[in-house]
Design a protein around this ligand. Structure first.
Ligand SMILES: [Mn+2]
Length: 326
């Protein structure tokens, strides 16, 4: 995404200290733990009940914008195996480069701070409070969209989202019923479908809600907050707009089904987004949206009777998390 909110109204400060944190992909192996719960029956006997807890198994992939390969681009992410698992993506607003500000500094520092606060008592495992504390601790100039998802061991996924990063939850209903009825012979590869999706928040086309170093930006109070009950076998896909602007949900599902594990799925999704981004003939989610807002093809294309098409060149972050019992 390109446009910082109300750039003309911003007051620029000289930053004496810009914190730069490089966040790299961490593929977390879920902790194996079964909790034995003793519940009393009507006959007051103690019956041991094995309650399965869940956590994420995560794969990640980041492909920078083709012109930003040397700097790594302006997306940032982190993955933590704290509790059931914490996943976050931030996307720096590239328009800051016009003000001689490195747009990658703010999102990287924001997520470095967020990763430090994951176990904080005041955060209390609430993604919206995590965003508040991380934002308050960030001193770099710039702005970023951000999404944070935190999984409880009981399967509750708590999401807070500011801007146009996104998250999808994909469930295979057949496997769901198989689990309910213990029909293990029905555990077969099946496409599944999206049971939850975030919605982008924006001021206008290509200008999303964003946390900022300036007062004109949004805050944690503007975050869209959702809770989703996940079950073993669910898959979540989190990404920057570079993923969801270039890949349709149905393609995401197909890609996940074809992949042997979460690492392969994340890589395949990012590669698919990257190839669509560079394909001027691909009718992407981005070009569909642009046409629906009244944007038109360049004149030479219109003369040839062609419509506005093509993917959107951007940094691409794809994170795939599979819910496993632990
Ligand atoms: Mn982006």
């Amino acid at each position: 995404m390109a446009i910082p909110i109300l750039r003309a109204a911003m007051i620029f400060h000289s930053q004496s200290q810009a914190l730069i944190h490089s966040l790299s992909a961490i593929d977390e192996t879920p902790k194996r733990r079964k909790r034995v719960v003793f519940s009393s029956s009507s006959s007051s006997e103690l019956n041991p009940v094995i309650r399965s807890e869940v956590s994420f198994c995560v794969g990640t992939c980041l492909i920078p914008h083709p012109k930003k390969v040397s700097t790594g681009g302006e997306d940032a992410f982190f993955v933590s195996n704290y509790n059931g698992g914490v996943i976050a993506v931030a996307d720096g607003v590239s328009g800051w480069a016009e003000e001689d500000v490195d747009p990658s500094l703010f999102p990287r520092e924001l997520l470095a701070n967020a990763s430090n606060f994951v176990g904080d008592e005041e955060v209390n495992y609430d993604p919206q409070i995590l965003i508040r504390k991380a934002h308050a601790a960030t001193s770099s100039t710039g702005s970023a969209t951000v999404i944070v998802a935190m999984l409880e061991r009981n399967g509750t996924l708590k999401i807070a989202n500011v801007g146009d990063c996104g998250l999808r939850v994909i469930r295979n209903e057949l496997n769901y019923f198989s689990q309910c009825w213990k029909l293990e012979f029905l555990y077969v590869p099946f496409p599944g479908h999206v049971i939850f999706t975030t919605s982008p928040q924006e001021h206008y086309f290509d200008c999303p809600f964003q946390l900022s170093s300036e007062r004109v930006g949004q805050t944690y109070l503007d975050a869209a907050v959702s809770n989703v009950e996940l079950i073993e076998g669910d898959t979540i896909v989190m990404g920057s707009d570079g993923l969801f602007d270039n890949v349709f949900d149905q393609e995401i599902i197909t890609t996940i089904v074809r992949s042997k594990d979460v690492a392969e799925a994340a890589k395949a999704l990012a590669n698919l987004a990257s190839s669509h981004a560079m394909d001027s003939n691909f009718d992407s989610p981005y070009s569909l949206e642009a046409r629906s807002r009244g944007f038109e093809a360049p004149l030479w294309k219109k003369i040839l009777g062609m419509k506005l098409t093509g993917g959107k060149l951007d940094d691409i972050t794809a994170i795939v998390g599979k819910v496993v019992s632990s």
